[in-house]
Design a protein around this ligand. Structure first.
Ligand code: KIV
Ligand code: ZN
Length: 446
């Protein structure tokens, strides 16, 4: 059953969840162990990588980019360990990144010896800025780098025919690339993978090619990115045999919004990280996007119910603290300090409790709480916390929940003044124990 309300389908052009086309979650690919890792001051060691990999598997990721094995020895060794110790579940595909250079491609395939299936992710930069200033190459020369890389993937894969290969191409800095040129490069690469007789033999299973569209740097409002995604979806050749994937970063703070609009514009898959670790301002946060879907009645097919575990592992592996106001998971996101919010939550929760007794499928409809904290392994008691901003409703709620003490309205008003005074004196939050002690002192001991 769906606990959250799905609004009636809307026309695609509105780009609003849930779009008529989006009844299912997109495919997810975690890049925590590659893009996330490469952005860390202290990259993860092998133990940390294994802990993170296990968490990603437990959450339900079926595609996990595990590193850039030709660029770093720890990444190479990590991939070998996953394969040699049979740590990759049958329903999970590992992905590795590589540039379009033959020595690097050879080393990448070496790292993957013996793997049952893998996605090899080829990339080169295609934007005007990079072509002109970094590589000083023409459009034709940059396209040649991509197509040459695509040929090498075919021929190295042919030497390891027992593996089920899938290929992915990213025109890096896609958002700074002219769309007609991006399409030209993408079509040239996919033609090499999809139509060459040689490739057909190698890619026995003929899994769809993945075309990944990186907002390597977020350069525009999310609707512009969505328009670019839509152009690619509509104009590339052989779209029916291609998975269109998104890879957004968060430079303008809109990484999740861009990914959401990109899916509404026709993409099938999303790359991102847990809680948004990644280069500069981070990769798009899969937890937030998945929970956004969930709160609209769409099953994200990821189990995010144990947020404490997710936070612990992310903090342990990245050495970065999760912000207390991080959407859905932050320590404070199900806390209400202000009196009017507490009062409203309190009232809605009691209506919700009785509604749910009659109908367990009733939609969640509680003011100030976009979702039920229980769905994330949190509980209601964390919702109401008391400080000098709190009102009578919050104080009454704490006494009721913690001590089964129901105060009449006149006493709520009277007692809340004592609580406010105490909180102002200490200039801090007041715990439930301090509240009951105060109550005892004021009303029972005098
Ligand atoms: O942000 C980016 O462009 C990347 C690519 C290598 C996919 O991480
Ligand atoms: Zn990236």
């Amino acid at each position: 059953h769906k606990k959250y309300r799905a609004f009636p389908p809307l026309k695609k052009v509105n780009r609003q969840w849930p779009d008529k086309l989006i009844e299912h979650a997109p495919l997810w690919c975690s890049v925590d162990l590659r893009d996330g890792n490469q952005a860390l001051m202290e990259p993860m060691n092998i133990e940390q990588k294994l802990i993170m990999f296990k968490l990603l598997v437990d959450i339900g990721f079926k595609e996990i980019e595990v590193g850039f094995p030709s660029a770093s020895a720890p990444d190479f060794n990590f991939v070998r360990q996953l394969i040699e110790q049979s740590l990759i579940p049958d329903d999970v595909t590992i992905q590795v990144l590589v540039q379009a250079r033959e020595t690097l491609i050879a080393r990448t395939f070496e790292s993957l010896k013996g793997v049952k299936k893998a996605i090899v992710h080829l990339y080169n930069s295609t934007s005007l800025a990079q072509r002109e200033q970094v590589f000083k190459k023409s459009k034709q020369e940059i396209k040649k780098i991509a197509t040459q890389g695509a040929h090498w993937l075919n021929s190295y894969a042919a030497k390891q025919p027992k593996t089920q290969w899938q290929f992915q191409y990213s025109p890096e800095s896609f958002t700074g690339t002219e769309m007609s040129y991006a399409i030209e490069v993408i079509d040239a690469v996919t033609a090499i993978w999809q139509t060459e007789a040689h490739a057909k033999q190698v890619l026995v299973t003929q899994l769809p090619v993945i075309i990944n569209l990186p907002a390597t740097v977020e350069m525009s409002t999310p609707n512009i990115y969505a328009d670019q995604v839509e152009t690619i979806c509509e104009q590339i050749a052989r779209r029916d045999r291609i998975i269109v994937s998104l890879h957004t970063h968060n430079d303008r703070g809109c990484g999740v919004a861009a990914a959401e609009l990109g899916v509404m514009a026709g993409a099938d898959r999303i790359e991102g990280t847990l809680l948004g670790n990644g280069e500069r301002t981070g990769n798009m946060d899969i937890v937030t996007m998945a929970m956004n879907l969930y709160s609209q009645g769409i099953d994200p097919k990821l189990n995010l119910s144990n947020t404490d575990k997710i936070i612990n592992v992310v903090e342990q592996c990245t050495q970065l603290a999760v912000h207390p106001r991080h959407p859905y998971v932050g320590e404070l996101v199900f806390a209400a300090f202000s009196g009017s919010h507490q009062d409203a939550i309190n009232k809605c929760l009691s209506v919700d409790d009785s509604k749910r007794k009659d109908d367990p499928n009733a939609h969640w409809n509680v003011a100030y709480l976009p979702i039920d904290p229980k769905d994330l392994g949190r509980d209601y008691q964390q919702v109401i916390r008391i400080n000098s901003q709190s009102g009578k409703g919050g104080v009454a709620y704490i006494l009721d929940q913690h001590y089964q003490l129901k105060l009449p309205r006149w006493l709520q008003i009277d007692f809340s003044q004592h609580v406010q005074h105490l909180s102002e004196t200490f200039a801090s939050e007041i715990s439930p124990i301090q509240i009951i002690e105060l109550f005892t002192r004021v009303y029972l001991e005098t």
